[in-house]
Design a protein around this ligand. Structure first.
Ligand SMILES: Cc1cc2nc3c(=O)[nH]c(=O)nc-3n(C[C@H](O)[C@H](O)[C@H](O)COP(=O)(O)O)c2cc1C
Length: 215
């Protein structure tokens, strides 16, 4: 890419995040920012960049979709035998980032990922379209597919469940909850004087320390 194309400069001036705008918990403020991102029709506003670290200490990142947000944390769903699933099994510490360019906002989270209970994963799986449910059976996420037989596996699974009213959840597919340890909200501001606020979990689980950070 030509240097001139990446050397873009712009001023951020759309929104602000002052102390009076903060919420009691990062989950609450994140919910507000998500709904504001939805309101401006931000593209895939629930897409989050999830970073994991494997057993050898090597990081990797990928996008997953946020499927639930409660005071207890952020929920996403995946294949437990995928690379990220294996990373988390070996090392539950993860990082998550959201970016909504339409609002000049970023959120960075550090936390611990826990598998959801089978009941919780069942409940979400049941809401998925049948084709996605069959896809969960067909895909061996993150494994090599030299055979190029994903379509065939999908057909085979469709056949297998053709007489079943409900497609059961495969054991290898389910959710994680990321429990937040720290969470930083970044609001772009003019003259690079961006506003940053970091929430750190205190001794009591529901207690948060809030610190403004220099940009
Ligand atoms: C917009 C978008 C949404 C995605 N959502 C998910 C998701 O919710 N769960 C998931 O397992 N993979 C999702 N993916 C695919 C992942 O980015 C990744 O390719 C896959 O999970 C395999 O990652 P891994 O090999 O690191 O485990 C999404 C990708 C994109 C671009």
């Amino acid at each position: 890419m030509e240097h001139s194309k990446i050397d873009i400069r712009k001023d951020y001036a759309k929104q602000s995040l002052n102390r009076e705008d903060l919420a009691d918990s990062p989950e609450e403020l994140l919910k507000r920012w998500l709904s504001e991102a939805a309101e401006v029709d931000a593209f895939d506003y629930n897409a989050m960049y999830l970073s994991t670290v494997n057993q050898e200490g090597k990081p990797s990142g990928r996008i997953v979709l946020l499927r639930g947000l409660e005071e207890s944390g952020l929920r996403f769903y995946t294949n437990y035998t995928s690379s990220k699933g294996k990373d988390i099994a070996a090392n539950p510490y993860v990082a998550v980032a959201f970016f909504w360019k339409e609002l000049e906002r970023q959120v960075r989270i550090e936390g611990t990922a826990y598998r959801l209970t089978t009941k919780e994963s069942d409940a979400y799986y049941a809401t998925r379209p049948r084709s996605s449910q069959i896809g969960a059976w067909a895909s061996q996420q993150s494994k090599s597919n030299d055979q190029n037989d994903l379509g065939q596996r999908f057909e085979a699974m469709s056949e297998k469940f053709k007489d079943s009213e409900n497609v059961p959840r495969p054991e290898h597919w389910g959710g994680f909850r990321v429990v937040i340890t720290s969470c930083e909200f970044w609001q772009g501001r003019p003259n690079r004087l961006h506003q940053r606020w970091r929430y750190d979990r205190g001794e009591a689980a529901s207690e948060w320390r809030v610190t403004p950070l220099d940009p």
